[in-house]
Design a protein around this ligand. Structure first.
Ligand code: IDP
Ligand code: MG
Length: 149
């Protein structure tokens, strides 16, 4: 099964949206294999967002991501990376479609509630930044025969 890294950002945690976001991913049929509530050290924020280090918004992004706890997760499922990106919606919540997490739950590109890996390669990289192998749980879901043909 494919894996992806998903993170409820400090705005989502402060607004009490962790449960709502987990519920949406669980209901889809995805499997949670790791989770941790944590205030991220700057070093791991720089690693996670390395492609954005030179962007004008990076200083405010770094400041915001380290301003409070994040809820870090690894989710598993078939084609989970594009599936979760579709559930999350476009980066700018004003443009994100209704029904998506950002479309339904956020207003501003700098407060868009959730991060999700954009490719399988970045998913592998981001998972390894935040989770040692030993924290990834392997288990069966009872509904698996009804999720996949
Ligand atoms: P993504 O989160 O949808 O993958 P990216 O382009 O990878 O979007 O940007 C990472 C994060 O940086 C966004 O989720 C958002 O919080 C922030 N960001 C991106 N572009 C802007 C911007 O133009 N202004 C402010 N923040 C931005
Ligand atoms: Mg991105």
């Amino acid at each position: 099964m494919d894996q992806t890294f998903v993170m409820v950002k400090p705005d989502g945690v402060a607004r009490g949206l962790i449960g709502c976001i987990i519920m949406r991913l669980e209901r889809k049929g995805l499997r949670l294999v790791a989770a941790r509530l944590e205030k991220l050290p700057e070093k791991r924020v720089m690693e996670q967002y390395r492609e954005h280090l030179d962007k004008p918004f990076f200083p405010s992004l770094r400041h915001f991501i380290t301003s409070g706890p994040c809820f870090l997760m690894v989710w598993e499922g078939r084609d989970v990376v594009p599936v979760v990106r579709a559930l999350v919606g476009l980066t700018d919540p004003a443009k994100a479609a209704p029904g998506t997490i950002r479309g339904d739950l956020a207003m501003d590109i700098g407060r868009n509630v959730v991060h999700a890996s954009d490719t399988p390669e970045s998913a592998r990289r981001e998972i390894s930044i935040h989770f040692p192998e030993s924290e990834l749980c392997s288990y069966q879901q009872a509904d698996e025969p009804f999720l996949y043909e």
